[in-house]
Write a protein that binds this ligand. Structure first.
Ligand code: ATP
Length: 318
C-alpha cells in the first residue's frame, strides 16, 4: 500500500489526531470533546452502543461532516481546508453498502477506480488483484444484485482499496452478517493488517473489537470512557474470570445478598448475576454451598463487554 508522506525521524505524526473534538447537531452534542490518535499500521477501534457518537466521529475523519469544535488533523492535513486531498488518500467502507447494483463486481471496481483518475490499464489490473483478495474472482462478471450480504461487504471493502489508501475507515463492517460471513470478513481484515494497512473501525460488537483492534476507545454518550488495547482494558477494569449465573427474568435480584463476599465484584442484571473473580470454579462451588440454584452457570474469561458494563452500568448489546 502507498507510503505515508514524510515524518520526523523520531516520532511519526499520527494519521489521525483529534483534540477536544466536538460534533453538534443543533443543541445536541453527538461527540463531546474526544481526544484520539491513530498511528500508522495499527487497527484502531471506536467501540460503543448505538448512538454513542462513533459514526459522527468517523464522518468527521472521513471529511464528509465538518467538526463543530476542537482540532482535527487527518494525514497531517485539515479536513476543513484539504478535504479533497485527504479523501483521495482514504478508503471508506460505509455502514450501508452503496454499490452499483446493476453492474458486475469487476465493473464496480473499475468504475470506482476511474473516479480517482487512475488509468484504465491500472484499474483493470487492480480490479483483478482486489477480486482475488476479496475471494470474489469466481463471481467477477456477476451483477451485485445476485451476491450474498457477505460478498457485497467484501466487494465494498475491495472497492475501498482501489486507490491504495493510507487509512481505511470501516463503519460497522460486519453488522447484519451471519457468523460465517463475519469470520470470513475478519479474516480479510486481518490480512489487510498484515499488509500494513491502517484501519479505523467503528463497532458495537465487543468480539469484533477484541479480534481486530490493537487499540480502541470505548465511547458512551459522545464521550470516551476508556482507552487501551483489549487486554489492557480487561486487566484494568475487569477480573480474570467471570462466573455467570442465569435466572428467570426478574429473579436474579434475590441472589445478590446470598453471593455477597464470594467475588471481587458482583453485577446483577435482570436475568443474570455476574461474579468477577480470579477463580470462577471456586466461586461456583461456593455459590452451590450457599444453596444458590441458577437455571444455568458458566465460567468464562472477561471480555470487553464486562469492561463496558463496569464503566457504564449497562450492557453493550441489549
Ligand atoms: N444528522 C444528524 N442530525 C441530528 N442528530 C444526529 C445526526 N446524526 C447523528 N445524530 C445523533 O447523534 C447521536 C450519535 O449518533 P451516531 O450515528 O454518531 O452514533 P453511533 O455511535 O455511530 O451509533 P450507530 O451505530 O447507531 O450509528 C445519536 O443520538 C444520533 O441520533
Amino acid at each position: 500500500m502507498a507510503a505515508v508522506g514524510e515524518r520526523s525521524a523520531r516520532e511519526p505524526s499520527p494519521l489521525v489526531s483529534a483534540k477536544a473534538l466536538v460534533k453538534r447537531f443543533g443543541e445536541f452534542e453527538a461527540v463531546r470533546g474526544i481526544d484520539v490518535e491513530v498511528v500508522k499500521g495499527e487497527a484502531f477501534g471506536f467501540l460503543g452502543p448505538n448512538g454513542a457518537g462513533k459514526s459522527s466521529a468517523m464522518r468527521m475523519v472521513g471529511c464528509v461532516s465538518p467538526r463543530s469544535d476542537g482540532d482535527l488533523r487527518v494525514l497531517d492535513m485539515d479536513p476543513q481546508v484539504d478535504g479533497p486531498s485527504i479523501r483521495a488518500r482514504l478508503g471508506v467502507v460505509p455502514q450501508e453498502d452503496n454499490l452499483d447494483t446493476e453492474l458486475s463486481i469487476r465493473q464496480n471496481l473499475q468504475v470506482y477506480g476511474r473516479y480517482f483518475g487512475l488509468s484504465r490499464a491500472h484499474v483493470r489490473a487492480k480490479a483483478t488483484e482486489l477480486m482475488e483478495f476479496a475471494q470474489l474472482t469466481e463471481r467477477a462478471d456477476d451483477e451485485v444484485d445476485t451476491l450474498s450480504g457477505g460478498m457485497k461487504r467484501r466487494l465494498t471493502i475491495a472497492r475501498s482499496l482501489v486507490n491504495d489508501p493510507d487509512l481505511l475507515l470501516l463503519d460497522e463492517p460486519t453488522t447484519g452478517l451471519d457468523p460465517q460471513a463475519r469470520h470470513l470478513l475478519w479474516d480479510r481484515l486481518f490480512r489487510l493488517k498484515q499488509l500494513g494497512v491502517t484501519l479505523l473501525i467503528t463497532t458495537h460488537y465487543m468480539d469484533e473489537a477484541e479480534q481486530l483492534c490493537d487499540r480502541l476507545v470505548i465511547m458512551d454518550n459522545g464521550r470516551i470512557v476508556a482507552e487501551g488495547s483489549p487486554p489492557e482494558l480487561i486487566a484494568c477494569y475487569s477480573s480474570r474470570e467471570v462466573l455467570e449465573l442465569r435466572f428467570a427474568p426478574g429473579e436474579s435480584g434475590d441472589v445478590a445478598s446470598t453471593v455477597d463476599g464470594l467475588a471481587d465484584r458482583v453485577e446483577v442484571l435482570p436475568d443474570r448475576v455476574l461474579l468477577y473473580t480470579e477463580n470462577g470454579e471456586a466461586a461456583l462451588s461456593a455459590t452451590h454451598a450457599r444453596g444458590v440454584r441458577p437455571l444455568s452457570c458458566l465460567v468464562r474469561r472477561s471480555t470487553l463487554e464486562d469492561v463496558f458494563l463496569r464503566l457504564t452500568g449497562r450492557t453493550l448489546v441489549d
